[in-house]
Ligand binder design. Structure first.
Ligand SMILES: NC(=O)c1ccc[n+]([C@@H]2O[C@H](COP(=O)([O-])OP(=O)(O)OC[C@H]3O[C@@H](n4cnc5c(N)ncnc54)[C@H](OP(=O)(O)O)[C@@H]3O)[C@@H](O)[C@H]2O)c1
Length: 264
C-alpha cells in the first residue's frame, strides 16, 4: 500500500486517549497512523487499531526507532518490541526518529534494511535528516520518506527539492505548527475566500506542495475537518501568497542534543 496523503499524528497522546483518538480517526476514514517508540503510546495506538476492526492491509502504520538504539545494533530488538506493543504482524514504514550523532548514516540505513529484510516493516525511512544526510541514506537503500517539520512558517523548499531529486517523499510533522500556522492574516483571508477554515488552508497548502501532513487532534470535529482539507484546492495566486509566509523560517521543534546542523 502506498502512503496515504494524510496521516494521524499521535504525539503526545497517552494512555487511554491514544486508543480513543486512533479509533475515532479510523472510523472517520483515516488510514495512516503515525506513532513512535519514544511516544510511549504504541500499545494504546495498537488498541485503537484493533478497536477499529479494519483489514490490516487497508492500514498504513508508521513507527520510529529511537536513535540511541543504533550504536549497539539494538534496532532489530527495538522493532520487535514495537510490533509486540502495536500487536501487528508488520509495520508499513519504520523510521529512525532522529539522525544518531555517533553512527554513520550508511550504517543506520543498513540496520533499518536488515529489519525490512526480516519482514518486520515493509519500507524504511528517516526523520529529521538534512540534505547531505538524505543523500547518504539514499546511496544505501530505498528511502520512502523523510519526516520533518513542515508548515506555512518554515522554508523547507530546498529540502523538498533534494528529496524530489532522490525520489523520496516528505512527511510533514507539526503541519499546523500546533496552531501557529493558521494564525497569519493571509491564511484567514484565503480561508474566508474558499469557504474553508484556516487549519484546512494550512493543511491543503502542504498537500499542494506535494507533502504528506500528519496532524494530531484530540477532537473529533478537528479530525474530521482536517481530513476534509484533502479536498480543498487552493488557487495558484493564493498558493503564491501563502508560500511567501515560509520566508519567516520559524522552527518550533527544537532538541539541543538531538538536532543536526539544519543548514548543512
Ligand atoms: N518525527 C518527529 O521528530 C516528530 C516531531 C513532532 C511531531 N511528530 C509527529 O507529527 C504529529 C503532528 O505534530 P504535532 O502534534 O506536534 O503538531 P500539529 O499537528 O501541528 O498540532 C497539533 C495541535 O493542533 C491542534 N489542531 C489540530 N487540528 C486542528 C484544527 N483543525 N483546529 C484547531 N486546532 C487543531 C490540536 O489541538 P486539538 O487536540 O484541540 O484539536 C493540537 O493541539 C505528532 O502528533 C507526531 O505524530 C513527529
Amino acid at each position: 500500500m502506498n502512503m496515504p496523503p494524510i496521516g494521524l499524528g499521535t504525539w503526545p497522546l497517552r494512555e487511554g486517549e491514544a486508543e480513543r483518538v486512533v479509533a475515532e480517526a479510523l472510523a472517520l476514514g483515516y488510514r495512516h497512523i503515525d506513532t513512535a517508540q519514544m511516544y510511549g503510546n504504541e500499545g494504546d495506538v495498537g488498541a485503537g487499531i484493533a478497536a477499529a476492526n479494519l483489514p490490516r492491509e487497508d492500514l498504513y502504520v508508521v513507527t520510529k526507532v529511537h536513535q540511541d538504539r543504533f550504536g549497539e545494533d539494538r534496532v532489530m530488538a527495538s522493532a520487535e518490541d514495537s510490533l509486540r506493543a502495536l500487536d501487528c504482524d508488520y509495520v508499513d514504514l519504520l523510521l529512525v526518529h532522529w539522525p544518531p550523532k555517533d553512527v554513520a548514516v550508511e550504517r543506520v540505513v543498513e540496520q533499518l534494511e536488515a529489519v525490512r529484510e526480516a519482514g518486520i516493516c515493509r519500507a524504511i525511512g528517516v526523520s529529521n535528516f538534512t540534505r547531505p544526510q538524505l543523500r547518504a541514506a539514499a546511496s544505501v537503500a530505498r528511502i520512502e520518506t523523510n519526516q520533518v517539520e513542515y508548515h506555512l512558517l518554515i522554508d523547507q523548499a530546498p529540502l523538498k527539492a533534494e528529496a524530489d531529486s532522490l525520489g523520496i517523499s516528505l512527511t510533514a510533522y507539526m503541519p499546523v505548527a500546533r496552531g501557529k500556522a493558521f494564525q497569519p492574516e493571509a491564511v484567514y483571508e484565503v480561508a474566508v475566500k474558499l469557504g474553508a477554515t484556516p487549519p484546512q488552508v494550512a493543511l491543503a497548502w502542504i498537500v499542494a506542495m506535494g507533502v504528506i501532513p500528519i496532524p494530531m487532534s484530540t477532537k473529533p470535529a478537528n479530525l474530521a475537518s482536517n481530513l476534509a482539507a484533502m479536498d480543498l484546492e487552493i488557487p495558484p495566486d493564493d498558493l503564491v501568497r501563502l508560500t511567501a509566509l515560509t520566508a519567516g523560517h520559524q522552527r518550533f521543534c527544537r532538541h539541543a542534543t538531538w538536532e543536526p546542523d539544519w543548514d548543512a
